[in-house]
Write a protein that binds this ligand. Sequence first.
Ligand code: NDP
Length: 290
Amino acid sequence: STREPVTVIGLGPMGQAMVRVLLGRGHRVTVWNRTAARADAVVAEGAVRAGTPAEALAASELVLLSLTDYQAMYDILGAAEGALGGRVVVNLSSDTPQRTRDAAGWLAERGARLLVGGIMVPAELVGSDQAYVFYSGPKAVFDAHEETLRPIGRPDHRGEDPALAQLYYQAQLDIFLTSLSAYLHATALLRAAGVEATTFLPYATETFDTMSYYLGDAAREIEAGTYPGDLASVTMMGATADHIVGASAAAGIDLDLPRAVRSHYARAIAAGHGKDSWTSLFEVISRRDD
Ligand code: NDP
């Protein structure tokens, strides 16, 4: 085929899903995994097993990494440094922004270029219409390989700073993880009163479905730095946040989450935002004074 060969290192659920998508598109896919048996399934489906990381690097210019963190990259590629020259390493593993920037430098010193990727769906949705992937790193390198990367998930290049894809990924998971905990907390509050989770479900669903309605105005106010408190003030909403702490205490459930929210309101009020909109909480959330 005319499709470029691809190497995939790291065959957890995500790596295996990517291999299958690429095989389905007719790429020659070379794989390597620390635990060799984890490659068996995709090798049976047509992937080529490399005996060593160096062999895996030699097989393709484009090398995808799907690992637990960036340390795993050093553990694997550190033993095959001589084979890194000329490679484009697309690291789709999670880590901190600084470790991501450090990795770009480490690879550059060895003649390789780094594209950072953050996949926004679980393994079963890799390659589906819902899948999208944040990328950052050299735009020209991204452009050269975008067509190969596209079937994994809609590629979205966010900028040249390697950390950007990692930051977008974490920002999205910041919303996701916090929201999941909020849902579980609210469900626990009602269950302590004997209301089943399935009874609460349609109400929780409605709240989640309408949340995005508030974001457009919020983003504009954050950029303008003005937070007009028209219909709902920080003082009013802060009182509600305090009532949720009280209700949680009475129900004997977790207090950490509602206390964190109440603290945002209390600090915004202390900073003079009592009559402003809830969006003024951005002022206390976006900087730490310690
Ligand atoms: P797994 O934890 O299942 O797989 C991790 C891979 O990393 C395995 O191949 C493992 O090898 C390898 N690995 C870990 N540490 C080392 C090491 N020190 N040396 C060599 N190899 C190592 O991960 P997933 O497939 O679930 O996820 C991969 C990445 O994708 C993660 O960064 C995750 O945050 C991200 N992600 C995951 C999603 C998901 O739903 N699973 C969704 C979106 C992103 P071995 O098999 O030998 O243990």
